[in-house]
Design a protein around this ligand. Structure first.
Ligand SMILES: *Cc1c(COP(=O)(O)O)cnc(C)c1O
Length: 399
């Protein structure tokens, strides 16, 4: 059977050249980077070289990059690390209703335990945050604004530059008054390796990234922490990562992350341009040939590889399962496996009509997709939607 993978926002395969680069670091070059002998010195140098690569990619300093186990850990560290180090009795955190669970659940956990006051910002129908809303919600005790760069479900890219610039104005006033700065964090897990990102242009203090979303291995990521940011570690037990993250480094993972970012730097524009064309082709095939559909997310300010479509009168999950039987891997808006789960918090925040909210399907493309894949997917999709609508009582009533 033909196999078509259209779920690159969930995870990506490790590139061949990335895997090859990693292999010697399991059993030949295995020294503990903290050891003084040459086995350790050798791997220490490798780790520092990767740190520099990541820093260059983000326009940061190598001393501002720390390795973690991935996006989830980086988000936990950014949020809890800033909150726990704050001098305010009850710090205030601002984030949005459309964040990944690795931000949202951390914030809710802190709020439930009375560690923080939390503001969840609304978004418009495209899933976009209004920069003025961010500024309006800042209070004396606000310590952190956390806004994702691009949304994993619908692809919308947030106006981080505008928010960063406005925050900088607020912060210069706060510094004059001796009030602690409001730090700006972004979960850039969906953008690093896909589009350009510069921590200085965006005026960020913290940024999370993860290797497995851009053809690197799973279980390795990094966090950018601007020099001077007041933050505490969450994992103690050694001097690793300059006291920010204890534990012997994931050496093969770090090597893989380094190679993945190196290749992304070289190929990302070309690859994303190609992928965008395929995405747009799938989009027009769907909108021109299937009735009662709605494209979700922002029409322009969106990831080049992501297409989220609402098929009215069907369940997204049913579409995903039916497509899977044809060898096509996609994802539905509601990330529940039991069938009794909630609808997507992202789509709810975008005010997608209740009646149709379960009809969303996400197609996220990547480097191995071909035009053939897109045509095959469209053909199968058309049949699946027809089949499901034929047995849907809602559809019959409405047409
Ligand atoms: C995948 C993802 C994460 C989680 O990253 P892991 O490395 O899998 O822990 C966080 N945020 C976003 C936006 C993601 O897409």
């Amino acid at each position: 059977m033909k196999k078509v993978y259209l779920d690159y926002n969930a995870t990506t395969p490790v590139r061949k050249e990335v895997l090859e680069e990693m292999l010697p670091y399991f059993s030949e070059k295995f020294g503990n980077p903290s050891s003084l002998h040459r086995f350790g010195q050798e791997t220490r140098k490798v780790i520092e070289d990767v740190r520099k690569k990541i820093a260059d990619f983000l326009n940061a300093d190598p001393l501002e990059i720390y390795f973690t186990s991935g996006g989830t850990e980086s988000n936990n560290l950014a949020i809890k690390g800033v909150v726990f180090e704050s001098k305010f009795e009850k710090p205030h955190v601002i984030t949005t209703k459309i964040e990944h669970h690795a931000v949202l659940e951390v914030c809710k956990w802190l709020e439930e335990r009375n560690f923080i006051e939390l503001t969840l910002l609304d978004v418009d129908k495209f899933g976009m945050v209004n920069p003025d809303d961010v500024i309006k919600n800042i209070k004396e005790n606000t310590v952190l604004v956390s806004i994702m760069h691009a949304n994993n479900e619908v692809g919308t890219i947030q106006p981080l530059k505008e928010i960063g610039e406005k925050l900088q104005i607020v912060n210069s006033e706060r510094i004059k008054k001796g009030v602690p700065e409001v730090y700006f964090h972004t979960d850039a897990v969906q953008t690093v390796g896909k589009i350009d990102i510069d921590v200085n242009k965006l005026k960020l203090h913290l940024l999370s990234l993860s290797a497995h979303k851009f053809y690197g291995p799973k279980g390795i990521g990094a966090i950018y922490i601007r020099k001077g940011t007041r933050i505490t570690s969450l994992i103690q037990g050694g001097h690793h990562e300059r006291e920010i993250r204890a534990g012997t480094e994931n050496l093969p993972g770090i090597v893989g992350l380094g190679k993945a970012i190196e290749v992304a730097k070289e190929k990302m524009y070309e690859e994303e341009e190609r992928v965008k064309k395929l995405r747009d082709k799938l989009k027009s095939l769907i909108t021109e040939n299937i009735s009662d559909v709605l494209i979700l997310g922002h029409p322009e300010k969106t990831l080049p590889n992501t297409l989220s479509v609402l098929f009215k009168y069907v369940e997204g999950e049913a579409v995903v399962l039916q497509l899977d039987m044809e060898g096509i891997a996609t994802s539905s808006g509601s990330a529940c496996s039991s069938g009794s789960g909630e609808s997507s918090h992202v789509l709810r925040a975008m005010n997608v009509p209740q009646d149709f909210i379960r009809g969303a399907v996400r197609f996220s493309l990547g480097k191995d997709n071909t035009e053939d894949d897109i045509i095959y997917t469209f053909e199968k999709l058309k049949d699946v939607i027809k089949k499901l609508r034929d047995i849907s009582p809602l559809y019959k009533k409405n047409v």
